[in-house]
Design a protein around this ligand. Structure first.
Ligand SMILES: Nc1ncnc2c1ncn2[C@@H]1O[C@H](COP(=O)(O)OP(=O)(O)OP(=O)(O)O)[C@@H](O)[C@H]1O
Ligand SMILES: [Mg+2]
Length: 355
């Protein structure tokens, strides 16, 4: 069942167009992430759904009812949209306790005191904050403050929760833990969530679907596996994962198999864009697909190991082959200065038209 349906949103600040023809939907119980580089329009899109920005055109429906519709001149104010919101900064009130922060919106809505207290306690308990209700924000850790902001958004039982970089103020380790419990919380409460992030790993870990935004347009939409494993454009291929990028010239085309060549090298790959012999093109290959051997192997280049870095769970190597530089992962220490054979599996070596 479609919960939220966003159609053809166009939004400008003055003469600058920030969102162009953005359409997507959110099903009941689904977590969808808006992923994109800084300035791509993620916050603006979330704010338009929340009712803080007015698009020039398009429509936004919740359970089939218009929150915004430019053609029908409908634009419900934010407070009538009843969506749960967690901002990019938590924006807790510093002079109110945790309980008061979470319950403030209910008080504004004239919910009786006893019911407010009970709903606040349930929201806090759900987030593991039940014992911290009397504290002030400055007496909490960053992770606790962030959970208070989420409790404040959940206390209304909103049909859809909108989260703008909800984990951005946490350090890397806490962030990894937090994304697991946040997803678990959203799923267990049977909420639908639209979550903004610029972190691709976080988007993949948390979401059922990802919308990749690029300059205010949706570049590609799909499951985390689709975006990571079957990118349709050079931009998506590059945005996701850690990659090698080899620029060259198309030497031969045979169906979807192409040969890319450069100064003193040649690699077979899989064409994603339509290519013809002589085109300039770029190959993208994820680091984990590249393998290193001591002898020549299929579709490999002889390359000198420049640097070898220990990352704890694996090694990362930097190779040079003529003017080419590329990286690979491996499980053993290797000697810089030595020559190895670096293999690029053809199916995983995606070739796109040159940018
Ligand atoms: N109030 C405003 N007036 C004019 N331009 C704005 C305004 N707010 C945002 N912009 C511009 O709109 C574009 C999109 O901004 P937005 O905040 O949506 O990006 P974002 O994807 O959330 O980026 P980040 O990851 O840095 O938070 C940017 O180019 C930004 O400079
Ligand atoms: Mg933003």
């Amino acid at each position: 069942m479609t919960k939220l349906s966003v159609t053809n949103i166009n939004l400008s600040y003055g003469t600058v167009e920030v969102l162009t023809g953005v359409s997507f939907h959110l099903k009941a119980g689904e977590v969808v992430s808006l992923l994109g580089a800084s300035g791509s329009g993620k916050t603006t899109l979330l704010r338009a759904v929340a009712g803080f920005e007015q698009p020039r055109a398009g429509s936004i429906l919740l359970d089939g009812k218009a929150l915004f519709d430019s053609a029908k001149n409908i634009n419900l104010p934010a407070e009538q949209r009843s969506l749960g919101l967690v901002f990019q900064s938590y924006a807790l009130w510093p002079h109110r306790t945790v309980e008061q922060n979470v319950g403030y919106g209910l008080m504004l809505r004239n919910i009786p005191k006893a019911e407010t207290a009970q709903r606040v306690q349930t929201a806090l308990d759900n987030l593991g904050l039940g014992h911290l209700g009397k504290r002030y924000p400055f007496q909490l850790s960053g992770g606790q403050q962030q959970r208070v902001a989420i409790a404040r958004a959940l206390v209304y039982n909103p049909p859809v929760i909108l989260l703008d970089e909800p984990l951005s103020n946490l350090d890397a380790k806490l962030r990894e833990e937090a994304r697991a419990w946040l997803r678990e919380l959203i799923v267990s409460m049977n909420l639908s969530a639209l979550c903004v992030t610029h972190d691709q790993t976080e988007a993949m870990a948390m979401s059922d679907r990802i919308l990749l935004l690029r300059n205010g347009r949706i570049e590609q939409e799909g499951s985390p596996q689709e975006l990571y494993g079957s990118p349709k454009s050079l931009y998506t291929a590059e945005f996701m994962g850690s990659n090698n990028r080899l620029k060259g010239r198309v030497e031969a085309v045979n169906g979807e198999h192409v040969t890319l060549a450069g100064d003193g090298w040649k690699i077979a790959g899989k064409a994603i864009d339509e290519l013809t012999t002589g085109d300039t093109a770029e190959m993208v290959i994820r680091l984990e697909k590249v393998s290193v051997a001591n002898q020549p192997t299929d579709n490999s280049l002889a390359a000198k190991l420049v640097t070898s870095m220990f990352l704890g769970d694996r090694w990362e190597y930097l190779f040079m082959c003529g003017e080419l530089r590329f990286r690979a992962f491996g499980t053993e220490a290797r000697q810089p200065g030595n020559e190895y054979w670096v293999a690029f599996p053809q199916e995983a070596s995606w070739v796109f038209a040159g940018a």
